[in-house]
Every structure is written in structure tokens, then in C-alpha cells.
Write a protein that binds this ligand. Structure first.
Ligand SMILES: NC(=O)c1ccc[n+]([C@@H]2O[C@H](COP(=O)([O-])OP(=O)(O)OC[C@H]3O[C@@H](n4cnc5c(N)ncnc54)[C@H](OP(=O)(O)O)[C@@H]3O)[C@@H](O)[C@H]2O)c1
Length: 223
């Protein structure tokens, strides 16, 4: 058993989620940022890979005071559980994501001193030997009552989760810019597939601001 897992990402019209410098870039506008804030407010947990923490230092908290109040009124925590998938405990101790209700998933081989430092600022979950075992991580989240996980990238984590069949939905905001660059990250990087591609079913398409929102259900890998 695992939670409902959905990826949300903003990409340029040429499919890039960042630049060759791998630093955060503003792809969507105010309307889409509000949509993402609402998605976050509905989720039990928000997850990113350590690559995104190192590149962007996101906080992953809800911006809107009203949405935070609504969660508290429902008896939930003000913010969803914020999770970093970080086999080697590379999350900097100064990372904005650290603090109450943050969880760092590490592997058994993570350097002990790094884990001890992070343990002072977040909950540590050891899951997997040399790399975080994503299926086991999700199963453990489900066991503690997490029913929905919003994955906010990046490209490597997206691929890992999708190729393991651990994603239910992919939502992409396609913004009205072109970024280019053959090494700029795309929605799904990793090793890629050369056959048995992952099939999607279109659920929704609509204009948001100057871009397009596309929501796909993930059907799984084909024959
Ligand atoms: N436009 C958007 O919506 C958006 C959103 C997020 C990020 N981004 C961009 O995406 C880029 C970052 O993406 P990224 O691909 O470099 O990093 P990432 O996907 O955020 O993190 C990848 C890292 O996760 C760790 N990891 C732990 N367990 C794993 C597993 N089982 N499988 C795969 N990875 C695992 C790996 O490091 P260890 O082996 O050390 O654990 C891996 O290098 C940045 O440029 C950022 O700006 C864009």
C-alpha cells in the first residue's frame, strides 16, 4: 500500500524545468503559483529530491495564510510533511526546508556525522541500503497516515518514481518561454527509457494565465 502520488512541475514550452545552470527559473505566473499553493494545501506531504534542495533551497510551505488556517481548522498540521529524498544526507544544515514537520529520507550508508547533524533539525528516516528505497519510503508514509504525496521534482526523482510505477498523476504547467540547452533538466530525466514507455491518459487541459495546464493519469509501462 502506498499514498496517491502526483507530480506537479512547471516547464518551458520546450520542456525544460530549469536552465543549463540548474537554478530555479520563473516559468509560471501568479495564477499558477496560487494553483500550486492550493495543491500543496490539499496534500498530506510534499516531496523533492536532494538535487532540488541543493539547486533551489525551497521551503515547500504553504504561502496563503487562509489555506494554512483551513488546514488547522480541519485538525491538520499547518503545512504538509516536507520530505527530502537524500540517500547520502547531503541536505545542508542551513536548508530552508528544515524545521518542524520536515523529514529527510536517507540510506543506511549515509555518513553518520551528516545524519546526526540533520537529526537536530528534522526527522530522519533510514530506508534503503545505498540509495533511498522509494517504494519502501512510500509504504512507510502510508503506514503513518499519509494518503497523498505531491512531488515537486526534480527531473531525476521524477524519473525514478515514474519508472518504478509509483506515480498516479502528472500535472505540468507549460509556460510561455523557451529555455533550450541540451543539458537543461526536463520534466523526466534519469536514464530514460528506450522501450516500454510510460503511457498517460489525458485528464484535463486548460489555459492558466499565459500558459497551459495539462493533467495526465499515469497508466504504466507498456509492453
Ligand atoms: N520547474 C519546476 O517545477 C522544478 C521543480 C523542481 C526542481 N526543478 C529543477 O530541477 C533541477 C533539480 O533536479 P535534479 O534532477 O538535479 O535533482 P532531484 O531530482 O531533485 O534530486 C535527485 C537526487 O535525489 C537523490 N535520490 C535519492 N534516492 C533516489 C532514488 N531512489 N532515485 C533517484 N534519486 C534519488 C539522488 O541523490 P543521492 O544519490 O545523493 O541521494 C539524486 O541525485 C534543478 O535545476 C531545479 O531547479 C524544477
Amino acid at each position: 500500500m502506498r499514498p496517491f502520488v502526483f507530480i506537479n512541475s512547471a516547464m518551458s514550452a520546450d520542456g525544460k524545468i530549469s536552465t543549463v545552470a540548474r537554478k530555479q527559473v520563473r516559468i509560471s505566473g501568479k495564477e499558477d503559483l496560487q494553483r500550486v499553493d492550493a495543491l500543496k494545501a490539499r496534500a498530506d506531504a510534499v516531496m523533492v529530491g536532494v538535487g532540488t534542495v541543493l539547486a533551489d533551497d525551497p521551503k515547500l510551505t504553504i504561502k496563503s495564510d487562509m489555506l494554512k488556517r483551513e488546514r488547522v481548522d480541519q485538525g491538520r498540521t499547518e503545512n504538509p510533511l516536507r520530505i527530502v529524498v537524500d540517500s547520502n544526507a547531503r541536505t545542508p544544515v542551513t536548508a530552508a526546508i528544515l524545521g518542524p514537520n520536515a523529514l529527510i529520507a536517507v540510506a543506511q550508508q549515509a555518513p553518520r556525522h551528516r545524519v546526526e547533524e540533520l537529526d537536530k533539525k528534522a526527522e530522519i528516516l533510514v530506508v534503503g541500503e545505498s540509495k533511498v528505497d522509494l517504494a519502501a519510503l512510500l509504504a512507510s508514509l502510508k503506514d503513518r497516515g499519509i494518503d497523498s504525496v505531491l512531488v515537486e521534482g526534480g527531473a531525476t526523482l521524477n524519473f525514478a518514481l515514474l519508472s518504478l510505477g509509483l506515480v498516479d498523476e502528472v500535472c505540468t504547467y507549460v509556460g510561455n518561454i523557451l529555455i533550450g540547452g541540451s543539458t537543461a533538466p526536463t520534466l523526466v530525466d534519469g536514464d530514460g527509457l528506450i522501450s516500454n514507455f510510460i503511457s498517460l491518459k489525458l485528464k484535463e487541459i486548460r489555459q492558466v494565465g499565459e500558459g497551459i495546464l495539462i493533467r495526465w493519469a499515469v497508466l504504466g509501462q507498456g509492453p
